[in-house]
Design a protein around this ligand. Structure first.
Ligand code: SF4
Length: 383
């Protein structure tokens, strides 16, 4: 399968994602793939390096690298250094490349962080989730609020000038006041980036079992909306740009360059168990299970579980769905040229209604979701 995509084909530089499939403990709400048996780390690293070797000619170069998971900070700084070295050895990186690593506040110390900086990691995303003790306990997090504060302080000390926090709202037992308190505490540290996710109840998690047993109340839709709107208002008042449904940055300069690739159909290569890749109209993904992933690579096979080719209609619908989740919106002329589909012509009535309801605006040929539009982005995309 030849998936080579020169930059010049799409005009967009691809991104590289590495999935680290390990966590020390599992959080009951999480559906991302990870294992807690860390004794597999050496086998995983050998397999990952083989996969890099096999994938080295698929893309010309990358300008972002995102090391996520799972919990990359369960690795030693030497193991992370080795991963970054192998990336540089196998792939061309544009300069300057954005290199992000996700970390759990409980794992990091100053020497770990300084070494990360030395390896070229220049963006750190801390999985803080909350500053409230009860919420952290409910979420099954293994760090405390004090550890989160200390992680932020030492990250700055180690020289990270592009720092992001993940926070979660809509947690049972958390009222608006408690959430806004966590948000203000986060903002007080002036992170360059904030991802504020609503707690979602994912299939095959211990959390969904609790809901199914009736142990927990679902958050009423009206309250979900209120959480979203308050979050957006509070962060925009604090001069953050609400650039995607769940993402805020201190000016567009600090928007995640890597994650934007997922939202605008830029090609990306994903390595590691369960990682997804995309190029042109094709998407493919790796075996989710660590053992399958390692076995395939030990047989010198690409660890790809399956692939799909998107039809022009699927690509169009997906492009619309993704663009309506971002403040960049949809450039109507570009969209029409790319997909041979004139949104104003085809969906004029619906767009007029959505404008009247205040969910979208159209200015200078661009269709933008408003704040309330972002709040209902999933249904907006059904136009
Ligand atoms: S939320 Fe993060 S730390 Fe918790 S299980 Fe999922 S990937 Fe691991």
């Amino acid at each position: 399968m030849n998936l080579r995509t020169p930059d010049s084909c799409s005009g967009k530089v691809p991104g590289l994602y590495i999935h680290i499939p390990f966590c020390r403990t599992k959080c009951p709400y999480c559906a991302f793939y990870s294992e807690t048996d860390l004794s597999f780390i050496p086998d995983f690293l050998r397999a990952l390096f083989k996969e890099m070797d096999m994938a080295r000619n698929q893309f010309d170069r990358f300008d972002t690298v995102y090391i996520g998971g799972g919990t990359p900070s369960v690795f030693t700084s030497y193991q992370i250094e080795e991963i970054v070295k192998r990336i540089r050895h196998n792939f061309a990186l544009a300069s300057p490349a954005e290199i992000t690593l996700e970390a759990n506040p409980a794992d990091i110390n100053i020497s770990f962080l300084e070494r990360l900086r030395d390896t070229g990691v220049n963006r750190l995303n801390l999985g803080i989730q909350s500053f409230d003790r009860k919420t952290l306990i409910f979420l099954g997090r293994r760090h405390s609020s004090a550890q989160a504060v200390s992680a932020i302080e030492i990250s700055r000390k180690a020289g990270f000038t592009n720092l992001g926090f993940d926070l979660i709202y809509g947690v049972p037992g958390q009222d608006m006041k408690a959430w806004l308190d966590t948000l203000s505490r986060g903002v007080a540290f002036a992170p360059e980036h904030l991802s504020c996710y609503q707690l979602t109840v994912e299939a095959n998690t211990p959390l969904i079992t609790r809901y199914q047993k009736g142990e927990l109340p679902f958050l009423p839709e009206g309250l979900q909306y209120d959480f979203f709107i308050k979050t957006s208002e509070q962060l925009e008042d604090a001069r953050y740009t609400h650039y995607e449904v769940s993402n805020f940055s201190r000016g567009i300069k600090y928007a995640s360059r890597h994650n934007q690739k997922y939202w605008n159909h830029t090609p990306y290569l994903g390595l590691g168990p369960s990682a997804h890749s995309f190029s042109g109209n094709r998407r493919w993904w790796n075996h989710r299970n660590l053992e399958d992933y390692i076995n395939e690579l030990s047989l010198k096979n690409a660890p790809i579980q399956a692939a799909e080719t998107l039809s022009p209609k699927q690509l169009r619908l997906e492009a619309l769905f993704l663009a309506l989740r971002t403040s960049a919106g949809v450039h109507l002329k570009d969209f029409s040229e790319k997909f041979q589909y004139d949104l104003l012509l085809e969906k004029g009535e619906t767009l007029a209604r959505l404008q009247e309801e205040g969910h979208i605006t159209i200015r200078d040929g661009i269709l933008y979701p408003t704040r309330s539009g972002l709040a209902i982005a999933d249904s907006l995309a059904l136009i």
